[in-house]
Design a protein around this ligand. Structure first.
Ligand code: E4P
Length: 224
């Protein structure tokens, strides 16, 4: 499973790049607003450090505005993917972009039928939001499972990005279901790596090594 980071924060992106685990980035207007900098400049900076796909979202919701946003964003870097909300306008714009070979990520997906329509319109990626469904007592992972099944039935190539990931179990379930990608906040990426037995094991190695060093030092000082 590919791992994308769900952030517009360069420090977090650079840390994930340095771990050697990063395949791409997803941003959205909320994440970019947190950075308090000019959004297109921020997106360009992100594209300069990440080779994989970087999703940048349209911020107009009418047809002309959305298409203009998409065309502007697509010129920022070759690895830009245009993130588009799952609306009628979004599908119309997706169809146009797909014909121009501009990659799209259809976002705010909350139903398998939305995902089917997105694929038919030519979406490169679909983003089911599992955390936001869990928040309202619907099983987010059931949506991923349904999309996976429908796409397999019809040999659809649209890649599934498990989005709105809130905890390591979301990532585990995504991988077990065979999702193509999970887009994960930095905090959750760190949690994936953590295991108390790893920390206890390292502490024991350090303690044992120090006791060997002090034993050898003592031995050499006493001349025996
Ligand atoms: C995905 O592309 C979205 O940017 C993101 O996963 C939304 O997550 P949230 O529901 O935690 O805001």
């Amino acid at each position: 499973m590919k791992i994308f980071i769900d952030t517009a924060n360069l420090e977090e992106i650079n840390k994930a790049v340095s771990l050697g685990i990063l395949d791409g980035v997803t941003t959205n207007p909320t994440l970019l607003a947190k950075e308090k900098s000019e959004p297109q400049t921020q997106i360009k900076k992100i594209c300069a450090v990440v080779k994989g796909p970087v999703s940048a979202e349209v911020t107009h919701y009418d047809y002309e505005g959305m298409l203009k946003d998409a065309e502007e964003l697509s010129r920022l870097a070759p690895n830009i993917v245009i993130k588009i909300p799952l609306t009628e306008t979004g599908l119309r714009v997706t169809k146009i972009l797909s014909r121009k070979s501009i990659k799209t990520n259809l976002t705010l997906c909350f139903s398998p039928l939305q995902a089917l329509l997105a694929a038919k319109a030519g979406a490169s990626f679909i983003s089911p939001f599992v955390g936001r469904l869990d928040d309202i007592s619907h099983r987010g992972m059931d949506l991923v499972c349904d999309i996976k099944k429908i796409y397999a039935n019809y040999h659809i190539n649209t890649e599934i990005i498990v989005a709105s990931v809130r905890n390591p179990l979301h990532v585990l379930e995504a991988a077990k279901l065979g999702a193509d990608i999970a887009t994960i906040p930095y905090k959750v990426i760190s949690q994936l790596l953590k295991h108390p037995l790893t920390d206890i094991g390292i502490k024991r190695f350090i303690d044992d090594w120090r006791s060997l060093e002090s034993f050898l030092k003592h031995k050499s000082n006493s001349g025996s």
